[in-house]
Design a protein. Sequence first.
Lengths: 482, 474
Amino acid sequence: MYKEYEAIIGLEVHAQLSTETKAFCSCSTKFGKTPNSNVCPVCLGHPGVLPVLNEKVVEYSALMGLATNCNINEYSVFARKNYFYPDLPKGYQISQYKEPICSDGFLEITTANNEKKRIRIERIHIEEDAGKSIHDSGSETLVDLNRCGVPLIEIVSKPDIKSPEEASLYLQKIRQIVRYLGICDGNMEEGSLRCDANVSVRKIGEKILGTKTEIKNMNSFKNIERAINFEIERQIDLLEDGKQIDQQTLLWNADLNKSESMRSKEEADDYRYFPEPDLFPVIVDEAWIEKIKTQMPELANARCERFINQYNIPEYDARILTNEKSLADYFESGTNFTNDFKSLSNWVMVEVLGIINNEKISIKDFPISSENLTQLINFINNGTISGKIAKEVFSEMLTDNKTAEQIISEKNISQISDVSELKEIISNIFNDYPKQVKEYIDGKEKLIGFFVGKIMQQTQGKANPKLLNEILKNKLSSLKNN
Amino acid sequence: MRPIYSNHKEKLSKLISGELSLIDNVSYFLKNIEKNNHLNTFNFVFEKEVLKQAEIIQDKIKNGTNGKLAGMVIGIKDVLSIKDKPTTCSSNTLKNFNAIYTATAVQKLIDEDAIIIGKTNCDEFAMGSSNENSAFGTVLNPNDNTRVAGGSSGGSAAAVSAGLCDAALGTDTGGSIRQPASFCGVYGLKPTYGRVSRYGLTAFASSFDSIGPFANSVNDLSIILEVISGKDEKDSTSADEPVTEYIKFDKKFEKIKIGVPKEYFGEGLDTEIETSIKNKINELREKEFEFVDITLPHTQYTIAAYYILTTAEASSNLARYDGTRFGHRTKEYRSLIDMYEKTRSEGFGKEVKRRIMLGTYVLSAGYYDAYYRKAQKVRRLIKDDFDKVFEKVDLILTPTTPTTAFLIGAKIDDPLTMYLNDIYTTSANLAGIPGINIPIGKDKNGLPIGMQLLANQFEEEKLLSTAQLINNII
Ligand SMILES: [Zn+2]
């Protein structure tokens, strides 16, 4: 029965901007400091304080707008969103309401069956973050206001998203863009990237939108897919039972794998928005927007295209390499030290990514520099070591903080690539195993593996495998022909 | 010994010559404050510090290293922050609250060696026209102790009027400097919106609030304004306009043309005030002033627009007094909402609650367009009225108040009549223009009568120079 329905999903994404100071005061935005240490009279909301806009916040927001094909509005207005909560010292949040900084944009996602899909963006507006209520101290609720006043942008999509998978892809795309722009670290666990979803369902073919619900508190990509999926099925089940969907806000409970009602429509706050009298409207002109455009870095899509052309690597590789800016930087700095871009790509995609994904570290904390990795690749290419040995050297590089060159020379593991030396080793093996030589000549050609194995055993794997194969084949076939 | 100077310039020269001792002067003020304790003008007096301060500044004067306001003894309305001093806004909600930083305007006074003698009483959160809405009690009018001093800066006006300090800072959101100045018979200036930084002024209505001085002379208003004005990085709405040495009064204006709006002389205006002002106009007409009749057609909407917009802003500005982080918190509560409700019910007085409710209502979904948006449009129209008039005239002259100081308790249960007391003063705040109260005499009961002069935005120099000229004539 689920197949008869379609889901209509819109996402509201909050990205914490990585400015040095808060949106409206000069406090630091550093995460994880002692509670209530990054505060001042302004962000504490003391009587008589006034907000002063951090201009970097406008720049960062405009960058995001430009990266998502939005109009940058030359006139935007701050508004107060009024509600009472312990982590909101002023009793209102400074936000933008009717006149946001950016509007009418879009971004493109690539779906699982490799189709490009455009998701429209309704608006991007600036606001300040609230503090954090901490409930784990007995019956008391404690409030940490370090986060209070940290700048956020809220990116509101049109309801163009049709499935939990698309929602996740859209959010991944946003995360990729903010990280490429360097305006947000995109860390969902720490809450620097947050997402709420508006979900409704309707029978395929119907024109009228169903009643929508809002889901909050989905703090990972996995949870977003699960929560939206849960909500779609919950709504369809209700409709199939002939019941109504209540407009409400739900909280996703990741431990129980289900959503729980937070408040109904009747309990919803009336935020009493009105223009913030302490701040003038933000006015930007064409020249300013042009200046911001010059700060725009190369984004993932453009970089992917360039990698394909410049380094002649497959689109598949380029996509993976450019998914994260830091990984693309790693690859690209390696290209200064080798011309074998495809091998470099393979090593980065398989070995390097394998380790950072396994150990959940960032490429910035990866112990092998791209220059040292390239040196290792070059040792394979010039025949100094085999690919198999290279993997062992790579493992040692991870732990020993040594270069490939140091490890190879210390362990004396450079390959035997000398033809006459290899010929002599082969002759000795033939002498040791005359029976097998005879069998080979009689047609049991797969015995070539046997010889390779024996030689590798004897040379502790140092024989250049390609060369060995060549010489061995030549020798055997000449024996056969005689 | 009662001060023997008529303005700060004279005081400073006497301090320099040694004719006047600053320590004696400050001691005199302290004694006089004590003697007039019944007036309720001061919420807090800084007895200990001011004498020490007087010594330091006396030395600076001796060494010639003193600032412009050296030795000027100033009271500060208790809505302005001074670090480590109480800032109560005359409210129970902040009765035990000490500010953790100093307001820009106050800091500028201190930097010029003024002596801050204490915090003056006012209506709670500057909401009121009689200074009867105060957790510290009603301020009495020094001219007649059965009458109000006016509000909301009643303590500042009465303190200057009673000779308890040389000058005082007040705030004016709809007449809160000019009206009590008029009731108490002193000079009071509301500068252009943005002229003086609001940083450290506890907000009532952010787009209306202005800080300004009370004094016994135009000279002193001028020098204080000169010190406290200017762009402040901490207040985005503060203006980047040049600050003049107003006190020089040396800029010559062509024959001053003054507009008299007919809407300000209609029903409700006390006949004695009307006659008094008309007489002044006639006196001035004989000198170098030209008077023309003007019209400010949207005047009848000012009170309505004013009370919608200021209460809307106030409802949001006062949300922070919720008992979570500072100020009063109720003793017992069952839940977060319960704490908010009890804390705010106990902490705020009747008038403040009335305005929070009104402001919350006009911003509510479904009412915003009918009230808030419409009032914003009216504000625009009122500003346009003034813009048009100022194309033709230099200044506007009106009564400051429709009546002289009324009896204590006379209007406290009738908010609408109380609000109408601001009928001539609120328009300047809606338009963001400067205005001054000039005392022009007394009525038959011996109560001061005030005349208001209004100028276009940032034309304080013209306003003060003319006030000084008028002062010399009458
Ligand atoms: Zn701060």
